[in-house]
Design a protein around this ligand. Structure first.
Ligand SMILES: Cc1cc2nc3c(=O)[nH]c(=O)nc-3n(C[C@H](O)[C@H](O)[C@H](O)COP(=O)(O)OP(=O)(O)OC[C@H]3O[C@@H](n4cnc5c(N)ncnc54)[C@H](O)[C@@H]3O)c2cc1C
Length: 452
């Protein structure tokens, strides 16, 4: 049986590893040069947050330990308020953490893992330019020589990212559903370098957020002592990228809105000028499976990055497909049908969760009522874990609950929390042990569906 994977990015390389472990003959065609030789050419974020769904998929591939060794745990959000004060909001109870990781190092490790199987071959600098999904067959053109190859296979997997060529071929068929929505925001990556002589300039074990209502900056740590900052700002309008032309405008904007960050950003003006302004897109499509051609990862569900789940969701696709091959004794038709049935609702849910979380990150995290809600959520989870699990915990630390189930429980949580927030003097009494009985009653009445 011959399997072709288009795209040797994070998801394509992990899937090639999982299929290699099953003994399949897999050929991966990647349009870029081999980053392990040529270096990483960029295009997406420099680092990413890995969380439990991604880790679970890596465990299945036997790679979790080696990947975790490359990560920095982030135990919560460090909020940088406009007055310069800091506020640490833990992500979970019991020391749970998400993990910052270099995209390039992860991709290299996954390519090494895939190529360790004799049955897996990686072919670089081959761009997919056409697909016949029913056969299935894909056409590739060599990016330097222009040579063309047509490859027929038993299963064709599109792991070629948000602007997938495999999906393009499906897109033009009758009754194909496709929706592409850009945010009015763009993003630009900037740097906080290490201290002279090494070491982090700000707290390394946190995801830093500078929420400024309509826009925000975040920073994730890198193992060499640096931080990658990402500024999310509207393209147009009064406070927007369109207003930041000159070094003076950029400097004044940062001094006004991020004064405690700018003191750690000696390369700000240079970074701002040199680094690209990138867009943020959500792509939904259906079906993901046509004959034996299938979409996976961003090719099936490109989402905005505000829940830190795009890669995690793609890794979860891989894990679930691999588990389904077990369940259906490598009957691909049965496994692919079930993969699509399970994963399409999950993809839609995580896309919506990511959009919702943008508002939370850039605006709500600095709001006192919101901070109180979060504290009450932790208290409910500690006292009534059988009745209440916070949405963030469900999405980030509970891979046994699907994204669509997490979304549904999150809606039930909203109902519970709004009842609690409406109680008289809740801001004074929220942690009074006498309130626990009232909380239980509300949970039993409105929230049973939200338990994990
Ligand atoms: C700013 C930003 C921050 C993010 N942060 C996080 C985070 O913290 N946590 C998280 O989980 N996710 C995050 N994501 C999402 C994550 O980057 C993606 O979900 C993930 O990269 C998807 O992996 P993929 O392999 O499906 O696609 P990609 O990583 O895009 O890989 C696709 C591969 O296919 C190749 N390719 C494309 N077209 C062709 C073709 N025609 N022929 C051959 N090869 C082709 C590409 O060169 C690439 O190597 C973030 C995304 C952005 C933009």
């Amino acid at each position: 049986m011959e399997i072709v994977i288009v795209g040797g990015g994070l998801v394509g390389a992990l899937l090639a590893t999982l299929l290699g472990r099953r003994g399949y003959h897999v050929r991966v065609f990647e349009r870029r040069p081999d980053m392990r030789v040529a270096g990483y050419t960029g295009g997406r974020s420099i680092n990413l947050a890995l969380s439990d769904r991604g880790i679970r998929a890596l465990e299945r591939a036997g790679l979790a330990e080696s990947v975790l060794a490359l990560t920095i745990p982030m135990h919560g959000r460090m909020i940088h308020h406009e007055d310069g004060s800091l506020d640490f909001q833990p992500y979970g109870v019991a020391g749970q953490a998400i993990r910052s990781l270099s995209r390039a190092r992860l991709n290299e490790l996954l390519l090494d893992a895939a190529s360790s199987f004799d049955t897996v071959t990686l072919e670089f600098e081959w761009r997919c330019v056409g697909v016949e999904p029913e056969r299935p067959q894909a056409t590739f053109v060599h990016t330097r020589t222009g040579e063309e190859r047509r490859i027929t296979c038993d299963v064709l997997i599109g792991a070629d990212g948000a602007f997938s060529a495999v999906r393009d071929a499906l897109h033009y068929r009758d009754r194909y559903n496709y929706c592409q929505e850009y945010l009015d925001y763009g993003y630009k990556e900037l740097t906080i370098p290490a201290r002279d002589g090494g070491g982090f300039r700000i707290e390394p074990n946190a995801l830093h957020i500078w929420p400024r209502h309509n826009f925000m900056m975040i920073a994730l740590p890198n193992t060499e002592g640096t931080f990658t900052c990402t500024l999310f700002l509207p393209y147009e309008g009064q406070l927007s990228f369109a207003q930041l032309h000159s070094p003076e405008q950029v400097g004044a904007f940062f001094f006004q809105h991020f004064p405690d960050a700018v003191e750690h950003m000696p390369t700000l003006l240079n970074d701002f000028e040199r680094n690209p302004l990138s867009s943020l897109v959500t792509i939904r499509c259906y079906p993901w499976v046509v004959g034996r051609t299938v979409l996976i990862g961003d090719a099936a569900h490109a989402i905005v990055p505000f829940y830190g789940q795009g890669m995690n969701a793609g890794f979860e696709d891989c894990r679930i497909l691999d588990e389904l091959l077990d369940r259906f004794s490598d009957d691909w038709d049965a496994a692919l049908a079930e993969y699509q049935r399970m994963r399409k609702p999950a993809g839609d849910a995580v896309a919506q969760l990511a959009l919702d979380n943008f508002v939370e990150m850039r605006d709500k995290v600095a709001d006192l009522r919101f901070i109180l809600r979060k504290k009450i959520e932790v208290l409910l989870f500690e006292h009534f874990p059988e009745l209440y699990t916070p949405l963030y915990t469900l999405v980030t630390f509970t891979p046994e609950v699907s994204y669509d189930e997490a979304y549904r429980r999150g809606q039930a949580n909203e109902h519970v929390i709004s009842q609690i927030m409406a109680l008289p003097d809740i801001d004074q009494r929220w942690d009074d042990p006498a309130m626990l009985d009232t909380y239980r009653q509300i949970l039993e009445r409105y929230g049973a569906a939200s338990s994990a």
